[in-house]
Design a protein around this ligand. Structure first.
Ligand code: NAP
Length: 377
């Protein structure tokens, strides 16, 4: 018997990925789909405009016919007759909706709404299973039968996963990160806008534009993403923190970052600069990344890659066009690892998939862990 699942925000960038990750899942089965009033009342196929010029399904693999036939429902009437929910709602909507649903049923969410409460278990598989007891604290405190387990921000995911084995083995004094983030990280409207800009640009090379227009992705770099830097800083030290006396004590290193949007479809690339506490070498760093295995690997979860971190030897890798889909987008690729001028200072490049590991497939892996450890039954 598979567990029945509802998807909140099923028509969006992340919602579509949820559909693909779940439609052949060995343990979970999609039975309910929810989206905005714009989509509610239509079949999933109609809501996404399948068979029309304005189809907004943007993945190669298609949903199964029985999923296309499912009715999309409105959030006004969420039926709680499923075992649990995945949520890919915008955060503003998620706070109220996920809270209401969690009163009855578990919710695994990619939205940020519940990441920052004292009683939140923001879960990055392979990094902070030691915080899972927070689920019972949240239930007790809020009087919920269910819970909300949010996923970390997609830019934090690659960074925190790459830092975890280094922090455990050598300690960390400081971390500086500069991101180059994909347009898909901003949702389907941003991707459509970029596609439109590419059409207008045609075959000619981009030139400077006379007038400022926000959200110009084509031929451009946007050196600010609202709220992103705060999320990365706050979440990274919390994910690597320790659970003590019913609280999470953040990890004790300094961290700062700068986040940029670049014209890449999928995959967040990050330049990372670290200072370790103990002396180490490039070879030792590579070894500890290569050998690292987390709980998903130990438990043999269906969506877990053999190892969560892949080390690439080439100085100019990883690159999104070539590396983002390694292990179905479920590994963090680390490359260009070098010592730098600072004492115990190292630098590297990482790449992680923002809508696979960083959102839908990462959330499915989280749910597999919660199922295997008895939180979903
Ligand atoms: P998106 O493409 O904009 O999709 C949003 C989804 O929510 C759609 O299904 C949309 O339905 C629905 N929705 C929007 N407004 C609603 C409303 N007022 N009431 C009910 N439903 C509403 O966004 P996304 O990129 O998939 O992101 C979803 C969540 O995941 C966000 O919280 C985001 O921060 C987070 N996240 C995104 C990424 C990423 O890389 N994209 C990564 C990690 C986390 P309609 O189609 O009917 O409008």
């Amino acid at each position: 018997m598979k567990l029945s699942v509802g998807i909140l925000g099923a028509t969006g960038e992340v919602g579509q990925k949820f559909v693909l990750c779940l439609q052949n899942h060995p343990w979970f089965e999609i039975t309910k789909l929810y989206a905005s009033p714009k989509s509610a009342g239509k079949t999933y196929g109609e809501a996404l405009g399948f068979g029309t010029d304005s189809c907004r399904w943007f993945l190669k693999e298609k949903p199964k016919p029985e999923i296309l036939e499912l009715k999309v429902q409105s959030l006004e009437n969420i039926e709680k007759d499923v075992d649990f929910f995945f949520s890919a709602l915008p955060s503003e909507v998620a706070l109220e909706v996920e809270g209401k649903v969690a009163a009855e049923k578990p919710v695994v969410s990619t939205a940020s709404a519940y990441r920052y409460f004292e009683d939140s278990f923001t879960y990055l598989p392979g990094v902070n299973e030691s915080h899972a007891a927070m689920i019972e604290i949240q239930r007790k405190k809020r009087g919920w039968k269910g819970f909300v387990v949010p996923q970390p921000n997609c830019t934090t995911v690659g960074l925190a996963l790459s830092l975890k084995p280094v922090y455990d083995a050598f300690g960390l004094e400081g971390v500086i990160m500069v991101s180059m983030q994909a347009v898909s990280g901003a949702g389907y409207e941003a991707v459509s806008r970029w596609a439109e800009q590419r059409k207008q640009q045609g075959a000619s090379l981009p030139e400077p534009l006379p007038e400022y227009t926000p959200l110009t992705f084509e031929g451009n770099v946007i050196p600010y993403i609202k709220g992103e830097e705060e999320k990365v800083k706050r979440e990274t030290v919390k994910l690597l923190g320790r659970f003590e006396n019913e609280r999470i004590i953040p990890a004790d290193f300094k961290i700062t970052c700068k986040c940029n949007r670049v014209p890449v479809l999928e995959g967040h690339t990050e330049s990372v600069f670290i200072i370790t506490r103990q002396e180490t070498t490039v070879e030792d760093l590579k070894r500890c990344w290569r050998e690292y295995k987390g709980e998903p690997q130990r438990l043999g979860l269906p969506t877990a890659p053999p190892r969560p971190i892949m080390v690439l030897e080439e100085i100019d890798r990883p690159q999104p066009r070539f590396d983002v889909l390694r292990e179905r987008g479920m590994v963090v690729c680390v490359g260009g690892i070098e010592r730098n001028v600072f004492e115990r200072g190292f630098q590297y490049t990482l790449l992680s998939h923002n809508t696979e590991l960083g959102a839908a497939r990462g959330a499915v892996l989280a749910a597999e862990y919660l199922f295997k450890t008895g939180y979903l039954t």
